[in-house]
Design a protein around this ligand. Structure first.
Ligand SMILES: [Zn+2]
Length: 405
């Protein structure tokens, strides 16, 4: 009987081994338990003078719009809940029965104006509203836009519209590459897919893993542009990239917050939480699913995560890094950032910090003893430069990691 029991234990325990992300008590804790959000009313607004506005598309944010005077409109832009980081995202459409010029006030309830308006006639091709058509209120809180309305729909948005549909299309395009496996590793609170591009060639056992995260914060479209260029460079048709994907496995999670993106949120998921404060608690399904997937994948393959990169946007380009020296590739980060700066001819803007709150870079450090980098692109960084920076960042990373023993 005892021998049977022993055999049962020996045979069953390894197969039952579960790989779950570890919880961690960070020095600066944050409460990430779910809280309510307010949804915007989705509708077409019929205004005087034959003017119409709507928010009936994914990624829209318009809480109300009114005509306040002849040729004057006021659009209310509110966050999903508060308190919240000041990322006052907006996106809506306007049209009118006849050509007219209007002054539209962006009326923010919990922030000052941040994102220079972009306009589009089709929701896909965007340009910056000319500077002379944008004025700020004396207190710099609200903004006034001069807009030309016509029967042709005018799209107005804080950043180029990039919804879960765009991310999915991009993922599908990348998955045509033989080194890429695309899968949905779980669902968001509202049941949207959490995509993973699993990149690598050959046996993945014991292969070192790089984790790439994106779009925890919905309006951070410039970080998403950088992430796209970065990943595309790993899949480029040159020898270095081919050698790299033979040697390493890269797990890319391009859209952590699909609900927030499609609902036009400023910051949070539909649990009302900043996902980049939930790493180590896993109260929100988006973080929990991705964290467990990474831990399970590396556990099953006896692999190590050696690096985590999380793409974001803020007012300017900056890297947030760990002050601690990680066990994995301890020298990598400094040489990498130096290489990017030298190639691009710009100074390195890095802000290292000691372990603090439950953000992804600290999760990479505490969970895997590997460097985590929050890779931030400025809201206004020129789009062609973002693309080049993403490519260069990938090239410099590949060069350094291929040279490794
Ligand atoms: Zn962010």
């Amino acid at each position: 009987m005892r021998i049977l029991l022993y055999l049962l234990l020996v045979l069953l325990v390894p197969t039952c081994k579960s790989y779950e992300a570890k919880t961690y008590e960070f020095p600066k804790p944050v409460d990430t338990t779910t809280r309510p959000i307010t949804l915007q009313t989705k509708k077409v607004y019929e205004l005087p003078d034959g003017i119409y506005a709507d928010n009936l598309f994914d990624g829209a944010r318009l809480n109300n719009i009114e005509r306040t005077d002849a040729n004057k409109l006021r659009a209310d832009i509110d966050p999903e809940n508060t308190p919240i980081n000041r990322s006052p995202y907006y996106a809506f459409r306007l049209w009118s029965n006849e050509d007219q010029t209007v002054e539209l006030e962006l009326n923010y309830s919990y922030s000052r104006h941040r994102y220079p308006p972009k306009i589009s006639r089709d929701g896909e091709n965007w340009e910056l509203l000319p500077e002379d058509k944008l004025k700020l209120a004396a207190d710099s809180i609200n903004a006034f836009l001069e807009l030309e309305l016509s029967t042709d729909t005018l799209w107005v948005a804080a950043q180029e519209l990039q919804t879960s549909k765009h991310v999915r299309q991009w993922c599908e395009t990348q998955s045509a590459h033989p080194a890429v496996q695309l899968s949905s590793i779980g669902k968001s609170r509202e049941g949207r897919d959490l995509w993973c591009l699993d990149i690598g060639v050959g046996d993945s056992r014991k292969k070192d893993v790089i984790v790439v995260l994106g779009r925890q914060h919905p309006p951070e479209v410039t970080g998403w542009f950088a992430m796209q260029a970065f990943v595309e460079e790993l899949l480029a048709e040159h020898q270095m990239a081919q050698r790299f994907v033979e040697r390493y496995r890269i797990l890319v999670f391009p859209l952590l917050n699909p609900d927030g993106v499609d609902l036009g949120h400023w910051r949070h998921n539909t649990g009302g939480i900043d996902l980049n404060r939930d790493w180590g608690y896993y109260n929100q399904p988006e973080v929990r699913n991705v964290a467990n997937y990474v831990v399970e994948t590396v556990g099953r393959n006896r692999s190590n995560v050696i690096l985590g990169l999380d793409f974001h946007s803020t007012y300017w380009d900056i890297y947030y890094t760990n002050r601690e020296t990680p066990e994995q590739i301890p020298e990598f980060k400094d040489y990498w950032l130096m290489g990017i700066s030298e190639t691009l001819g710009e100074p390195t803007n890095e802000r290292p910090s000691w372990l603090g709150g439950p953000v992804s870079k600290n999760w990479i450090l505490t969970q895997f003893n590997a460097p985590g980098v929050t890779y931030e692109i400025g809201d206004k960084t020129p789009r062609d430069f973002i693309k080049r920076k993403g490519q260069v960042s990938a090239q410099e990373m590949m060069q350094l990691l291929i040279l490794r023993n």
